[in-house]
Design a protein around this ligand. Sequence first.
Ligand SMILES: [Zn+2]
Length: 343
Amino acid sequence: MSSMSSASELPPFTTKVQLRETHFRDQLNVPENQVVRYHASSGSTGTPTIMAYTQDDLDLLGRLTSYAFKPLQDSVSRWCCYNAFGYGLFTGGLSLEEAARMARRELGLDITVIPASNQPGLSIKEALTQHLRMIDLFQPTVLFCTPSLAYALWEMDGLDTFEALIIGGEASSPALRNLLSNQGGRQVVEIYGLSEIIGPGVGQGCSKGALHLNENAFDIEIIDSELVISTVHNQAMTRQRFLSGDRVRSLSCDCGHPYRAIDVLGRSEDYITALSCYVSQFEQLLIEHGYAACFEIIDNMIRIEPRHAGKLHELPHLALPILVVSPGTLTRAVGKSKRYLQS
Ligand SMILES: [Zn+2]
């Protein structure tokens, strides 16, 4: 696979709004009888965007997503994977299935997948109870899920059977990943993707915890701190130079990985104007000071919780007043979700 096209070879810029405004059949680059699957974005901020895949596109999705398994090859004793990403229109659950399929074939891993999904229709408490019951039954060793769900399970001692976690679907802080890793005793690999580009598989964490972008499959630019991705190999959808809306910064990583490393700060809607920072940055501050990785901003007041067994340190001065509530008061999440409410 080649990449690094010159700017003159890149397609015109595309935004999420343009994708929504164009009927998905008008974006197809192949006859529809070659489309083997459609997915849709979560639509959390409006009309969902539709993504079409040929069989080759699904193979590419699987191959790229399976890169996340490579840092774990020497440490995981058996591959019994509990897949708690949502199955269905959202790309998470089925993309990890594609990754498992490709990893069996190309990496020789004997992967078993438990398609737990994200328990739609249950309350958060019921869903967490159900997850704990299934984890106790299957004794899986690798967990695929969002950082929010991993954190909620961690609080309930639900991660003890896991040797490794593969987390994605929302930005997370280094402090959260360190907490989930049990201070380094369990590997945590971050995966990064965009449903408008391919799904997961745009990038993944390395052994040093940096997120490397798969430049063998995409042309990558960072323009005014926004990540811009041009598809190179996708077949079903018209080639695009997508303005992702994700704010990132370049990192240097000495792990030997050939592709560039970034830190994803979040999408524009993850910016907390009142605190002048992103959700993941505030999460980092809370965890470092002994608080839980969740908070709410209501009526210009920040509600936070002490973390179970966390040693509290005084927080720096913040632009909003703080209300410390009892542990377990704030809403947890079982799927792709923001870990705060802003009003
Ligand atoms: Zn690295």
